[in-house]
Design a protein. Structure first.
Length: 275
């Protein structure tokens, strides 16, 4: 589906940056990606509370627990850059199998007990770390799909994470085979050739509120690259289908598999608290 990105947006960085390995570590993709949507707790009345403290506590937990959990493929923490609420934060976890989702929680509890053998000390640590986010959250689990573009090299440098949610349509004359073939053709001819794109991760509904969701995750070097990424689409599409009539025919066929609605979310994340 032809995608147009937002340009000319004023950005507000909190205190996070992005580490590419937080979403994918190598060229073999995980099967499932879990998104836990929650919010930063801006109501803390403790004068000692600050972003640096949360970062230190999260790094400690990551080193003692998450990095040692063999059932967790990778993690990332995504914080608001351009979303409906500046308190938005998303905790992303990837898994190799559905069974690993259940196994990971039990493994976390065992690793926590080993890291902080004293129950009172363990509970105090968790309370101190978890107070930085509100208690409410919602969850979505997506199944990864073919067509990912993986980064050529890993880096801890700051990155921008642009997430677009699309919504499938199911035309009477459509087939799964046709949709997958059209999608594959577009990704190979256009998306993967965009020079401003570091990485790309496509996924679709696995478990959650809306079975129509298709999610595209774009990784960029900087916020300004969103505009450059946007500018490149038209030229790449023209190069892929030089004949205008054939190009229009392709999109007429492809676009009928989407309902025309989409949502845009731009985040940043933190190296050091990701796996």
């Amino acid at each position: 589906m032809k995608t147009k990105l937002l340009t000319g947006i004023f950005i507000l960085f909190l205190f996070l940056s992005f580490s590419v390995q937080g979403i994918a570590q190598d060229i073999t993709r995980p099967e499932y990606v879990a998104f836990a949507y929650t919010a930063w707790n801006f109501g803390l009345d403790d004068e000692t509370a600050n972003p640096e403290q949360w970062t230190a506590l999260s790094k400690e937990y990551n080193e003692k627990v998450t990095m040692k959990n063999e059932f967790i493929r990778s993690t990332a923490v995504l914080s608001h850059m351009y979303t409906p609420d500046n308190a938005d934060v998303v905790f992303v976890t990837t898994y190799n199998t559905w069974a690993d989702i259940e196994k990971a929680q039990a493994r976390n509890e065992a690793l926590e007990a080993a890291a902080w053998p004293d129950k009172a000390a363990r509970e105090a640590f968790m309370k101190k770390m978890n107070r930085y986010v509100v208690h409410q959250h919602s969850d979505e689990i997506y199944a990864t799909t073919e067509g990912a573009k993986f980064p050529s090299a890993q880096t801890d440098s700051s990155r921008v994470v642009y997430i677009q949610k699309l919504y499938r349509a199911y035309p009477d004359d459509g087939t799964t085979e046709e949709y997958e073939a059209l999608n594959k053709e577009y990704l190979e001819k256009v998306t993967h050739k965009n020079p401003h794109l570091i990485a790309f991760y496509p996924m679709q509904h696995g478990w959650g509120a809306d079975n129509r969701e298709v999610v595209h995750v774009y990784i960029l070097r900087s916020f300004s690259d969103l505009g450059e990424l946007n500018k490149a689409w038209d030229s790449l599409e023209a190069a892929a289908w030089p004949d205008e009539a054939k190009r229009k025919a392709f999109f007429k066929k492809y676009d009928r598999y989407f309902n025309g609605h989409h949502g845009d979310y731009i985040y940043s994340s933190m190296p050091g608290v990701s796996k």
